[in-house]
Write a protein that binds this ligand. Structure first.
Ligand SMILES: NC(=O)CC[C@H](N)C(=O)O
Length: 192
């Protein structure tokens, strides 16, 4: 877990429930010991600023480029995006995913919502919790779309993607007690 800011505890509980050994990462040297990295939801500007202050931004980019499996939720999706729209001026990312992400695409805190979504790799549907959530506005040819919003005004918007060892969701599978999205990330980690 990248543990600079955000909902680290919820991810930790979900991952530990699946038998994963979770380390809270706050220093660049701690990246070396990982099989995979989860980037939590929270505030992408805060996370990226802290990463820069702690000298982690370049090491994170190097780790992603080196193939470290990563899973970003919400702010974590923003962090993994190569391109942002509607972000803070000059907002940097770690990057790695060939996507354009619209920060706060679904609107403000009051526009937060839940929806049952079909998702590639997960049987049935996923209870998706969206909190000031981004969406994927454009995805490159190498990006697999795992889920889209299935109803309402944002119907069709891409909200879960995978590219190689990177996975990201606009929503928060760490909230709501369904561990299956995390399990599919752990499968990806094992495969890598
Ligand atoms: N729930 C969340 O992670 C919100 C993400 C937030 N809108 C951001 O851009 O960082």
């Amino acid at each position: 877990m990248l543990a600079l800011q955000g909902d680290v505890r919820e991810h930790r509980e979900t991952l530990e429930g699946l038998g994963a050994q979770v380390v809270a990462v706050r220093r660049a040297r701690e990246l070396a010991q990982l099989d995979g990295l989860v980037l939590p939801g929270g505030e992408s500007t805060a996370i990226v600023n802290l990463a820069r202050v702690f000298g982690m931004l370049e090491p994170l980019r190097t780790a992603v480029a080196g193939g470290l499996p990563c899973f970003g939720t919400c702010a974590g999706m923003v962090l993994l995006a190569d391109r942002l729209v509607d972000a803070m001026e000059g907002q940097e990312t770690i990057g790695g995913l060939d996507v354009t992400v619209r920060r706060n695409g679904f609107g403000r805190q009051v526009d937060s919502f839940e929806q049952d979504l079909p998702m590639v790799g997960v049987e049935g549907s996923v209870r998706a919790v969206f909190i000031r959530a981004p969406w994927v506005e454009e995805a490159g040819a190498e990006v697999e779309v795992l889920a889209r919003v299935s109803e309402g005004p944002a119907s069709g918007r891409i909200v879960a993607v995978r590219q190689g060892n990177l996975m990201a969701t606009s929503f928060h599978p760490e909230v709501g007690g369904d561990p299956r999205v995390h399990r599919s990330f752990l499968d990806l980690v094992r495969g890598a």
